[in-house]
Design a protein around this ligand. Structure first.
Ligand SMILES: [Zn+2]
Length: 66
């Protein structure tokens, strides 16, 4: 017997964003549903904050992927 898996999976429209740090201008790729806070490697400015859904992104999104 073949058991059917009828799962309804909601598809979150997740993507990667290239975000420009508002403080120093460095660019970083950030997953927009990140579950960990992301800070700029150079100046330690907070760039993304997880919310449980879509993360809050600080700084300017310059490109999107996915
Ligand atoms: Zn920075």
């Amino acid at each position: 017997m073949v058991k059917r898996n009828k799962e309804i999976i909601p598809r979150p429209k997740s993507c990667f964003n290239k975000v420009k740090c508002p403080n120093c201008g460095a660019e970083r790729i950030i997953f927009d549903h990140t579950t960990t806070p992301i800070a700029c490697k150079i100046c330690n400015q907070e760039l993304a904050r997880p919310t449980g859904g879509k993360a809050i992104i600080f700084g300017k999104i310059v490109a999107k992927y996915g």
